[in-house]
Design a protein around this ligand. Structure first.
Ligand code: HEM
Length: 417
């Protein structure tokens, strides 16, 4: 971890045409560019590779614009908050299946399953059956392995992981195809509920293949980083009992039920300590720890010349761990987020777990609200502590997946408040 301090140069040349960008002003220029100088990825690149399903996430130009326009309404604050009650119900059902006595849990897998149900409920107004869930969990693992391999062996093609990804992607797509068809036949579509306007109901023969890919991509985009964010927060809380105690006290006194009340805005305002812990977890372990852009044409970035085709890497991890921006950057100190002063003082791209600019995470509100709901529900029901054999470590792939987080849960007598 301490080696991160050494990276203080605004633009680090790893090789000819491969750079890591750390200067917040440069990051702003790159992320806010509308694709003329810096592009996320060429559509053709993505189509040729065995990769993430072809979707909003990895499309570009007009294709990206059209997809984002269709999908943006699904992620409005109103739509995202309107699902709070359903998320609470799903979480309660999951937690009811957790052990009734003290037990040790592999928390990441459990939270991943929970996030999968929450995401499917949001997009399909229904959850998947066990076989469908297994297909998506397998696809998620395959993406993580494949992207991890590209980091470890950037020049090689590792056919085993490509093959696994291709197989799991087809299986998940078959599940998605069925689930989407079923979703559009639900009575709610006709009843014009909040969900009925969802992009998944716009199925037409031309868009069917895209919707199928997009649905798979959304489940992955939500499932992996959301469950990683949740798991890292639980890990950090259990390894800092003083903070856990403060957060638990807050959760006990706040009136949770107001969260999911009808038209009311569901947010973390009633839970400042919980929110601060989540922000601090996203700082220390940003799930989307690395992204990149390709230089579209010869250009200058400050005084630096960048040739067309250069690859730029941008890592929230690096800036989030820099002593330039944070005092005691390696320490879990949620209190730094308790008032607005940290955020007001920081340059815009010192802390950016959800990216920024035109490709900013579409699921940001969804994640913060629904992670918060899940976290509060867990803390109201269980006492948590780390297992002595818990050896948390980040597994950097497409997402910074937490491995080895084992916690002990004991039901609280106040459960069900
Ligand atoms: C803690 C949770 C999450 C984190 C930290 C996160 C982070 C990010 C980041 C950093 C980007 C920008 C990548 C770039 O600029 O190259 C991004 C994009 C995106 N995220 Fe998230 N994300 C999270 C949850 C979600 C959820 C729940 C969804 C949907 C269900 C989602 C869907 C997307 C999509 C579709 C994009 C691409 C947007 C575009 O290119 O227009 N994310 N996310």
């Amino acid at each position: 971890m301490s080696s991160c301090h050494a990276i203080e140069s605004p633009l680090i040349a790893l090789d000819d045409g491969i750079y890591i960008v750390t200067e917040p002003e440069f990051i702003e220029t790159i992320l806010h560019d509308r694709g003329d100088r810096f592009q996320k990825s060429g559509s053709s690149d993505a189509k040729d590779m065995v990769s993430f399903p072809f979707s909003l996430m990895n499309s570009s130009g007009d294709d990206w614009k059209a997809k984002r326009r269709v999908m943006q309404p699904d992620f409005s604050l109103r739509r995202v908050t309107s699902d709070g009650r359903k998320t609470l119900a799903i979480t309660e059902a999951h937690l009811a299946r957790w052990p009734a006595g003290p037990a040790s849990l592999d928390i990441r897998t459990l939270l991943q399953e929970l996030c999968l149900d929450v995401g499917c409920q949001f997009f399909l107004n229904a959850t998947l059956d066990e076989e469908g869930k297994a297909a998506f969990m397998a696809l998620s693992d395959a993406i993580i392995l494949k992207t991890r391999d590209s980091l470890r062996f950037p020049l090689g093609r590792l056919d085993r992981t490509s093959y696994r990804l291709a197989i799991t992607r087809e299986k998940a797509k078959a599940v998605a195809r069925k689930a989407l068809a079923k979703a559009t036949q639900q009575p709610d579509v006709a009843a014009n509920t909040e969900w009925s306007g969802s992009f998944v109901t716009h199925t037409s023969s031309e868009s069917a293949e895209w919707l199928c890919d997009e649905f798979c991509a959304l489940v992955l985009s939500g499932l992996e980083p959301m469950s990683a964010g949740l798991t890292w927060t639980v890990h950090l809380l259990t390894s800092h009992p003083d903070v856990l105690e403060r957060v638990t006290a807050e959760v006990d006194t706040a009136r949770c039920n107001e969260w999911s009340a009808g038209e009311g805005v569901v947010n973390l305002d009633a839970f400042p300590e919980t929110r601060a812990s989540l922000m601090e977890a996203l700082r220390l372990f940003p799930p989307a720890w690395l992204t990149g852009r390709i230089v579209a044409r010869d250009t200058m970035l400050g005084d630096f010349f960048l040739a067309a085709g250069s690859a730029l890497m941008i890592s929230p991890w690096i800036n989030h761990h820099s002593a330039r921006f944070f005092d005691e950057p390696q320490r879990f100190k949620p209190e730094r987020w308790l008032d607005k002063s940290t955020q007001q003082r920081l340059p815009r791209y010192a802390f950016f777990p959800f990216g920024g600019g035109i490709r900013r995470c579409i699921g940001e509100h969804f994640s913060l609200i629904h992670i918060g709901l899940i976290l509060v529900s867990i803390l109201r029901r269980f006492y948590l502590k780390p297992m002595s054999n818990s050896k948390a470590r980040p597994y950097p792939a497409l997402v910074l997946r937490p491995l080895g987080v084992k916690i002990e849960v004991s039901p609280r007598s106040t459960a069900g408040n």
